[in-house]
Ligand binder design. Structure first.
Ligand SMILES: Nc1ncnc2c1ncn2[C@@H]1O[C@H](COP(=O)(O)OP(=O)(O)OP(=O)(O)O)[C@@H](O)[C@H]1O
Length: 112
């Protein structure tokens, strides 16, 4: 199992969520974050306004999935989140040791 953390532009959240649901992802978490990438010190459009700030509002999507779903999920996120403009975000992939569904006690792939 792997965890994908995708940092995206907030207005892309619905599109990314729908793209992930379409490939069969059944659960994810969303966290509002602030951050900067290489555009530090430059401007970025957010809700029609130009920001020249240290930290820009972003959304982090966390999804834990089976190994076979990693590549399809990455493709879905890129297709939905990409604007070709600076600050489109990043995707981080890391290993997950265990998942437990609290209600049933199921573990591993069955619990994702
Ligand atoms: N190395 C990193 N570690 C943790 N978070 C990061 C990292 N790089 C970027 N982020 C987060 O991702 C957000 C978007 O990054 P961003 O797209 O600006 O990266 P970039 O490398 O500058 O790419 P681009 O050239 O497309 O703008 C940042 O605001 C920050 O929240």
């Amino acid at each position: 199992m792997k965890k994908i953390e995708a940092i995206i532009k907030p207005f892309k959240l619905d599109e990314v969520k729908e793209a992930l649901q379409e490939i069969g992802i059944q659960g994810l978490s969303v966290i509002e974050v602030k951050g900067f990438g290489r555009q530090k010190g430059h401007t970025e459009l957010y809700r029609g306004a130009e920001y020249v700030v240290d930290f820009l509002p972003k959304v982090k999507i966390e999804v834990v999935l089976t190994d076979d779903m990693v590549d399809p999920a990455i493709e879905a996120i890129i297709a939905a989140a990409r604007t070709d403009k600076i600050g489109d975000g990043k995707i981080f992939v890391s290993p997950v040791e265990q998942v437990i569904r609290i209600r049933t006690g199921e573990t591993g792939d069955d619990a994702v």
